[in-house]
Design a protein around this ligand. Structure first.
Ligand SMILES: [Zn+2]
Length: 387
């Protein structure tokens, strides 16, 4: 299969931070019985033909005809084995966890992304009704469903019903607290569909705050506080053996003015945010952050509550610290948390923020697939691995 069209399409989206900031995504191309899909851990923006893994469509679709265990761990294990077995001879990389879903679309190209603008609608209280009202009956809209086989099986049934009713297959699939799938037979149409979605949403949301607004809002006196906080975080990074990365920008600052303003960011919006920025940020006041001992107390209390250290330390009226086992992980946490802040901002146009449910958060925290993604991202030392 000539992979040039999907390589170019992937780079087109992957190189644009409005589409792929850090949360990744994936892309696929079909021909005959073969699907080529981005391998897990490869970045869309710099991908080449070697970053795609090729699988047999009929072997993938056969997965829906076998009896699978009800236990989700056992089921996902078998699904992964079967997916690996569906690879064409000589294909060694691990396909994206969403391969089954890509395979279901009866179109040559599928591009799945998590842009902040789109997630602003999909992570809002009005997500389901807004998506349907703005985009009509030609798009499918689904509530949050665990990614992987579970999601693919639900989508398979929805597509079947659509076909039976004699209607055209869906080219756009919106997933609550996750992102969007766009499918078409030409790369031009994929771009046109994304342009359409962006144009509709841009007319609904308020633009992000300009970068210089935040700078103006920081009084000179706070610079002293900033130096103290940096010193305290540095001391704690040694104590807890983590690296840290500081970020301050206008969109994050919007939510750091007080504990109430921070509420929309208190819980994760999508699985990507959990994987790279942690399920919950630790919000502290400047006085708590300035003192190394009180900061250590806050971090220890967090660890006792959540069984892991925080990946984001948010300091009131100052900025965020990404914490991670290396510099890349710390920087990645800040990128993903900035993405979450953009989403929270956009949700204001749709009734406010709607984070993932607790049970879904726990599932992702314990999911092997996501641990694999996180480890690959660290190994490759990249900003974010995608799916
Ligand atoms: Zn996704």
């Amino acid at each position: 299969m000539d992979l040039d069209p999907i390589v170019q399409l992937s780079r087109n989206f992957g190189g644009n931070p409005d589409y792929v900031l850090a949360g990744g995504g994936n892309a696929s191309q079909k021909e005959g019985d073969t699907i080529a899909i981005k391998a897990s851990g490869v970045q869309l923006g710099t991908i080449d033909a070697a970053g795609f893994v090729q699988l047999s469509l009929s072997k993938l679709n056969a997965l829906f005809t076998i009896e699978l265990p009800l236990n989700s761990d056992e089921r996902e294990k078998i699904v992964l084995e079967k997916m690996l077995a569906a690879r064409l001879p000589g294909q060694a990389m691990r396909p994206s966890v969403e391969t089954l879903l890509h395979a279901l679309f009866p179109f040559r190209f599928v591009v799945h992304l998590h842009p902040a603008l789109i997630n602003g609608m999909l992570c809002s209280r009005a997500a389901l009704s807004a998506a349907q009202a703005l985009f009509g009956s030609e798009v499918a809209v689904l509530p949050y469903i665990t990614p992987g086989y579970t999601l693919a099986d639900v989508v398979r049934r929805i597509f079947e019903t659509r076909t039976l009713s004699g209607q055209r297959p869906y080219k756009i699939l919106f997933l609550q607290n996750h992102g969007v799938f766009v499918a078409a037979d030409t790369t031009e149409e994929i771009k046109a569909l994304y342009d359409h979605i962006f144009a509709v949403l841009k007319s609904k949301v308020r633009s992000l705050p300009a970068e210089n607004e935040a700078v103006k809002r920081v009084p000179a006196a706070e610079k002293v506080s900033r130096a103290n906080v940096l010193a305290a975080v540095e001391a704690n990074s040694v104590k807890f053996n983590v690296r840290f990365f500081f970020t301050s920008n206008s969109i994050v600052s919007h939510f750091l003015t007080n504990p109430e303003a921070f509420k929309p960011l208190a819980a994760p919006f999508t699985p990507d945010h959990i994987v790279y920025a942690g399920a919950w940020p630790l919000f502290v006041s400047q006085s708590q952050a300035e003192n190394p001992e009180s900061l250590a107390e806050q971090i220890n209390a967090y660890r006792a509550r959540h069984d892991e250290p925080p990946k984001i330390l948010a300091v009131e009226n100052l900025g965020i610290f990404g914490l991670g086992k290396d510099d890349a992980a710390a920087g990645r946490a800040c990128l993903l948390f900035t993405d979450a802040a953009k989403i929270a901002w956009y949700t204001e146009a749709f009734g406010g923020a709607h984070p993932m449910e607790s049970a879904d958060i726990e599932f992702i925290r314990n999911w092997e697939v996501e641990k694999y993604r996180s480890s690959i991202a660290s190994k490759n030392n990249i900003a974010a691995s995608g799916q």
